[in-house]
Ligand binder design. Sequence first.
Ligand code: SF4
Length: 58
Amino acid sequence: MKIIVDPKKCRGSLECIKICPQQAIKLVNGKAVIDQTKCDGDGICIPACPNGAIQPDV
Ligand code: SF4
């Protein structure tokens, strides 16, 4: 599963960064960016985002 961040919804709350076991998420210009080479697609970050900014890429 590929996971993507909607930058329009991301508020830079850091919750996803704290929870990601792969350290795959960084903040770039205040928005979460997922390094797809590190992400294993477990989706832990999806419910962790208080703004619903992280979704599976369908
Ligand atoms: S899906 Fe899992 S590995 Fe990928 S960015 Fe989210 S928490 Fe990290």
